[in-house]
Design a protein around this ligand. Structure first.
Ligand SMILES: [Zn+2]
Length: 424
């Protein structure tokens, strides 16, 4: 497996000689990272220039984004208060606010109610996730002319027609259910319409792409989780999971699956990107890869540093029992290990690869805005989406294919998931 191979070659050394690896057969990195990474050719490609065709096509499309982490940033930067951080006004410390959502022509947004995996080890993940769902609902209540909750694909279209941004809830990481199927049901009842099976850490029942394997893919409880989600009509999200977990899930899921924020492994070899053999299966089973914009997952030369960075963070966490100290050490490390941000063309390279293997019908958008620090040029914030439409036109995709990639493909998959739910 390519991913297994990758896992064995990213074995990297840390300052004090401590070593760690995702894989089982350690091989040391041949080199350390350069303090200032050189610009890639990709970063030098010409800027995308908006045409009238792109503006009109964009305005006529329903743009759906699969993953935005603003809720956690509101919690972190503004103590969960929209009074302290009024997103109807420009917010320079965020990648998201209402003026830029409007500028980007966003029609529907899945708001991530992510909570850190560490809370799972302390038994606080579920309670904190419930607080984050509450926060998203307060946002809708605070800005009723802008946002409205959507629970179905029909809702998305209805809310969009009314001129508002359809707002959906996505749970990121199975640690949130604390190994309880009734917790999963509760999250669905409260409005969550997808759950990412893992975040950065492997669970007892599903392996992450960025941790050692603990459950050999999807363990029996993981299979129960997938079946329960199929039954509820809740989308199974395979972003973050290991390739083995992806395959195990595709073996048993009775409904199409999504990747709410992932890109192509063939283009950028980060273990949380989607390998071609999974894309081939996704085409057969129908599913959608909603592309992550993060430079560390889309720019090929950035992936290795990103991988090393998460290994280093894991080591710092073991070494220092203080989240603040870990953050400080990471900042120091990152300052010495910069990587290129790339440009919108790097993202479009992922589109081409996935279209080649699976077809444009299996592609969507899942920015990861406000969950990542470095973004490619012309993809800096939620105002960027029209550039993607233009970039897709420039690469020769038809208007229909582009409408699908902007949101239509997700709507089709979501409807299929809904139709396969067990009616009560
Ligand atoms: Zn994520």
């Amino acid at each position: 497996m390519q991913v297994r191979f990758l896992a064995t070659v990213i074995y990297c050394s840390l300052a004090a000689g401590a070593f760690t690896t995702f894989g089982t057969s350690p091989v040391r990195c041949a080199e350390t990272t350069a303090p200032e990474a050189a610009n890639t050719n990709a970063a030098e490609r010409a800027e995308v220039v908006l045409t009238e065709h792109a503006r009109q096509l964009h305005a006529a499309s329903l743009v759906v984004d699969g993953h935005n982490d603003m809720p956690w940033e509101i919690r972190k930067q503004a103590s969960s208060s929209f009074e302290k951080m009024d997103i109807s006004q420009p917010q320079p410390t965020l990648q998201t606010d209402i003026p830029r959502l409007r500028q980007g022509g966003v029609g529907a947004q899945f708001w991530s109610v992510w909570v850190p995996v560490d809370l799972g080890y302390r038994g606080e993940a579920l309670a904190t996730t419930l607080e984050q769902i509450e926060l998203v609902k307060r946002m809708m209540a605070r800005y009723p002319d802008t946002f409205e909750l959507a629970l179905t694909a029909d809702d998305i279209e209805r809310v969009h027609r009314s001129g508002k941004i359809a707002s959906l809830i996505g749970v990121e990481g199975g640690h949130c259910i604390e190994e309880s199927l009734s917790a999963l049901e509760k999250l669905h009842t409260l409005g969550a319409r997808y759950m990412t099976l893992t975040h950065t850490d492997s669970l007892n029942w599903a392996d992450s792409g960025t941790d050692e394997a603990r459950s050999n893919g999807l363990a029996p409880f993981g299979q129960q989780v997938v079946r329960k989600m199929n039954e509820l009509g809740m989308m199974v999200d395979l972003s973050h999971v290991s390739a083995k977990t992806m395959h195990d899930t595709l073996d048993i899921s009775t409904a199409p699956v999504i990747f709410s924020h992932s890109s192509s492994f063939a283009v950028c070899q980060h273990p949380r990107n989607v390998p071609d053999d999974v894309l081939t299966r996704l085409k057969k089973l129908d599913g959608v890869v909603m592309l992550n914009f993060y430079s560390g997952y889309v720019v090929p030369s950035a992936a290795r540093i990103t991988i090393e960075s998460s290994l280093v963070k894991r080591e710092f966490k073991k070494r220092y029992d203080d989240p603040l100290r870990v953050e400080q050490e990471m900042k120091r490390w990152q300052a010495k290990h910069k990587f290129p941000r790339g440009s919108i063309h790097d993202l479009l390279d992922h589109v081409d690869q996935i279209a080649k293997i699976a077809g444009p019908e299996q592609i969507g958008l899942g920015s990861d805005f406000d969950g990542v620090e470095l973004l490619p040029k012309q993809l800096e914030d939620v105002g960027c989406y029209p550039f993607i439409t233009q970039g897709l036109i420039d690469r020769g995709y038809s208007d229909e294919e582009i409408k699908g990639m902007l949101g239509g493909n997700l709507l089709r998959v979501m409807r299929k998931v809904e139709s396969r739910a067990v009616k009560k």
